[in-house]
Design a protein around this ligand. Structure first.
Ligand code: PAF
Length: 285
């Protein structure tokens, strides 16, 4: 496994690979969810590239950029075990040198949900992902379904800007009890860890209502909200039942429908998502 911190060195190594390159962009502090993406890439492609970069431009002033967990040695050990070929681990100035002033804006899709609570978040994500795609030149890039809005935004951007790669959305990795695997789970103490299960359990409740024939989106949404509100440590930012491509709220739940939610558990903000019917990888293509 070769590890690079400069764009020039990474490009030189990338230019030696003529076959299909699968790319997994990450912010490090890797967990089973990231490793699942790496394994999908390994299964699909001839070589695998991973980036590790905690992207400052996607964090707002009140977000957790400074305390975001970092452990480069551990990350590199995990990636070496997975047989990753190239790792790109730039410093902040390599990606955002003085005078940097060009941004990628994806429009309406970025204004709702996460975008409403974290202004400029998707501008930062779209910009860094565009830069990473330009540097890595992947055949395919892999994103987790938990960050369903991010996946929809990236797919839209790739389509709108004619970027020459496929986006693959991989099902969310979950702990044994269903909690979505996330780097932010380490912030949870044991009481909060228990409370955090209300996200997954509310999604399962919604799926159950839907499978029993409930089609009214507002009824399902309200039942999810009431369920989460029973957990004293939980504070809801949003619960949404939306079209997976446009992310517009649905009135009638016809599959494929995407349920997305963001909930604070104590001081930790968690998100999760579930697709009712259909395949997220194909839904917005
Ligand atoms: O999902 C993430 O970890 C980040 O948003 C990404 C895609 C690596 C961009 O910084």
């Amino acid at each position: 496994m070769k590890v690079f911190s400069t764009i020039a060195d990474f490009r030189e190594a990338r230019s030696q690979i003529k076959d299909r390159v699968g790319f997994v962009p990450t912010m490090g502090y890797l967990h089973e969810g990231h490793l699942a993406l790496v394994r999908w890439a390994r299964g699909d492609c001839d070589a695998v590239a991973v980036s590790i970069f905690v992207n400052p431009t996607q964090f707002g002033p009140n977000d957790d950029f400074a305390r975001y967990p970092r452990d480069a040695d551990r990350d590199l050990g995990l990636l070496a075990k997975e047989g990753v070929d190239l790792v790109f681990m730039p410093r902040g100035e390599e990606m955002y040198p003085p005078g940097f002033s060009s941004w990628v804006e994806v429009g309406r899709l970025t204004e709702r949900l996460e975008g409403a609570f974290r202004p400029a978040h998707f501008r930062g994500v779209a910009t860094v992902v565009t830069k990473l795609f330009n540097i890595v030149q992947p055949t395919r890039a892999y994103f987790g379904q938990k960050d369903a809005q991010q996946a929809a935004v990236i797919k839209r951007m790739v389509r709108d800007l004619n970027m020459n790669l496929d986006i693959v959305v991989v099902p969310t990795g979950r702990e044994g009890d269903g909690l979505a695997i996330s780097s932010r789970n380490i912030y949870l103490d044991s009481e909060e860890r228990r409370a955090a299960l209300c996200l997954w359990n509310s999604l399962r409740r919604a799926e159950d209502l839907w499978s029993k024939g409930e089609r009214d989106a507002e009824t399902i949404r309200q039942k999810m909200i009431s369920f989460i509100q029973q957990e004293p440590k939980a504070k809801i930012d949003y619960v949404s039942i939306a079209d997976p491509e446009t992310l517009e709220e649905l009135i009638e739940v016809k599959p494929p429908a995407l349920i997305l939610l963001a909930v604070w558990i104590g001081k930790t903000r968690l998100i999760d998502a579930l697709l009712l019917g259909g395949n997220l990888s194909e839904s917005a293509l």
